[in-house]
Write a new protein. Structure first.
Lengths: 107, 478
């Protein structure tokens, strides 16, 4: 069973994240309220990046090229590939096109 | 950096764990949050970071001076200097060009050619909210409601804390500084409530307010002559929904974000469009501004303690200054004056009628309440026309066009989508509190995995329906 408790002993500031209020019914992670908040934010952002990686790729394309941006673009490309292989990116792309069509400004 | 952007998501993903990892080292956590807040502000302007810092330093110094001074006259003088010092940058950046233009116009009428120049700089983002926080801090120290902060970092954080920095809610020093005294208790995180506030805010801003603005309100207000009466009236209603959805979205997200970081902000909106009187409207709309105006302007002017007519004067003056705070333009003064006169008229009516009389009994009945709601809502909508227009002349023109084009058979341009968005926006504030409580309860009981799934699905849906690029929040300009 994976738990944050041993890490909390090693790293005192983590104690507040892991110690109290175990996550109900999960059993996998024992997180405190702050840990749950962090887990919620991170998991949501990561799932969104996987669900619609085109937005992340387009956002990175707006930056001037430099090694950091290029590395991030490489990561985004892999994310797009993963999402496409799962069929999620295509669904998001189609729904986004539908959304744009629905809310298009009349000529 | 806007809330509904990838930049902010990345920024928050960094700040949130850092905040909780440093929670036990409170001084370090606060210093980190100050740095984060300055980084947040630097996305708008790096030069104005100096203004942010100097404003905090100025109020910190005057807070200490006021707090340590035993002589009441000296304290009063110090508070006067501090208030004037807070108002100076606001007057310079926000009102100098407006006043110079008015004086030049007056001079031209009198045959004088005045050249008062202009500042030549854009109004710094958040300057009004900066001023509000500064004034409330020194005045509250003077009134003994809060102790002068001995920690500069605390004051820097109070003024610059990124969730409220740009568009509120206006947080009182007495509410916030006490929360900085010790590490935050993670048990105070309301994960369900905060998440719902953030998700609701994203929906209101990105889906409702942005689309209604782009597709309908902006085109109609830019060229009202091209539209018929029905479109013009619908656009006025739509703007009432846009400004509510836009502004309440910002403060909802700010409250949710602050709570995830362990801090509590006051509520800023409470179903404003169900109000049955203007007084009630101002108890429900931008609550932190209306209470600020009450405590730092209306009451110092004498409030309701100087007799009937001076009370009316104080109401009107407070609302006119509140209007002027929103922007340097005659249209904002008229907007404030309309509300001020409306509030005074309501008070006059209350004082002139018998509490148990037939008229008041009628107003309390079902029909009376419906009439009151209709009157208040339409009064607020007419006032919003001034608030939204580029200038007072355009607002008068808009209202004139509504009357002129009655029955001219102009085709309706408001699409079914506009009507659906208006209904959705209206519903967000018409739903009874029990509906929110039920949603909050279900969300609260859900596991973290279910919360993640729901949050992802909700934000994904918002992204799918978003316009290309999100416009800044309306209140950023104030």
């Amino acid at each position: 069973m994976t738990t944050l408790a041993p890490a909390a002993d090693a790293l005192p500031p983590v104690r507040g994240l892991a110690r109290t209020h175990p996550m109900r019914g999960a059993g996998l992670l024992r997180l405190g309220p702050a840990g749950r908040a962090i887990a919620l934010v991170y998991a949501t952002c990561l799932l969104l990046a996987l669900a619609y990686p085109q937005a992340l790729a387009a956002w990175l394309d707006d930056f001037e090229p430099n090694p950091v941006v290029e590395a991030a673009q490489g990561g985004a490309a892999r994310l797009v590939a993963l999402s496409e292989s799962l069929g999620i990116a295509r669904i998001s792309g189609s729904v986004r096109d539908l959304g744009k069509g629905l809310t298009r400004k009349p000529d | 950096m806007l809330f509904p952007t990838i930049e902010f998501a990345l920024f928050f993903m960094l700040v949130l764990p850092c905040t909780w990892l440093l929670n036990r080292r409170n001084a370090l956590k606060k210093a980190m949050l100050v740095v984060a807040s300055y980084v947040f502000y630097s996305f708008w302007s790096i030069p104005f970071l100096l203004l942010l810092f100097l404003s905090s330093l100025f109020n910190y110094a005057f807070g200490l001076l006021v707090g340590r001074s035993a002589d009441p006259r000296l304290r009063k003088a110090l508070v006067g200097v501090a208030v004037a010092g807070n108002l100076m940058p606001l007057c310079f950046f926000k009102y100098y060009d407006f006043l110079a233009a008015q004086l030049q116009a007056l001079g031209a009428l009198a045959g004088l050619q005045l050249d008062l120049g202009s500042t030549g700089v854009a109004v710094p983002v958040a300057i009004s909210f900066l001023t509000f926080h500064g004034i409330s801090y020194v005045v509250d120290v003077h009134r003994g409601r809060v102790e002068a902060s001995r920690s500069l970092v605390d004051l820097l954080l109070y003024v610059s804390f990124f969730p409220h920095l740009v568009a509120g809610p206006i947080v009182r020093a007495s509410e916030f500084l006490a929360q900085l005294a010790r590490p935050s208790d993670p048990r105070n995180i309301d994960l369900g409530g905060s998440t719902l506030l953030i998700l609701g805010g994203l929906f209101k801003k990105v889906v409702v307010a942005s689309h209604l603005s782009i597709l309908f309100v902006d085109p109609v207000f830019t060229n009202p002559q091209a539209y018929g009466t029905v479109d013009l009236i619908l656009a006025a209603y739509a703007y009432a929904i846009v400004i509510y959805c836009d502004f309440s979205a910002y403060t909802d997200i700010a409250i949710g974000v602050a709570n995830l970081l362990g801090y509590r902000f006051p509520r800023n909106f409470d179903q404003p469009y169900i109000a049955l009187s203007l007084q009630e409207f101002w108890h429900r709309w931008h609550i932190t501004l209306s209470t600020w105006l009450r405590d730092y302007l209306y009451i110092p002017l004498g409030g309701s303690h100087l007799g009937r007519w001076l009370t009316y004067r104080n109401l009107i003056l407070t609302m006119v200054l509140g209007g002027l705070w929103h922007g340097a333009g005659l249209q904002f003064i008229v907007w404030g004056a309309l509300h001020g006169v409306g509030l005074a008229a309501e008070r006059l009516l209350r004082e002139a009628t018998d509490e148990g009389g037939r008229f008041r009994r009628f107003l309390r009945g079902e029909l009376g309440q419906t009439i009151r709601w209709l009157l208040v809502f339409h009064f607020v909508c007419v006032a919003w026309i001034f608030f939204r227009s580029a200038d007072a002349g355009s607002a008068v023109d808009y209202l004139g066009t509504i009357l002129r084009r009655v029955g001219d058979g102009a085709p309706l341009t408001a699409s079914p989508l506009i009507l659906v968005l208006m209904m959705a926006g209206f519903l967000t504030q018409l739903l009874p509190p029990s509906a929110y409580e039920a949603a909050d309860g279900s969300f609260r009981r859900a596991s973290v995995a279910a919360k993640v799934a729901l949050s992802t699905a909700a934000i994904w849906a918002v992204i799918m329906l978003a316009p290309s690029g999100v416009a800044p929040f309306i209140y950023f300009q104030f």
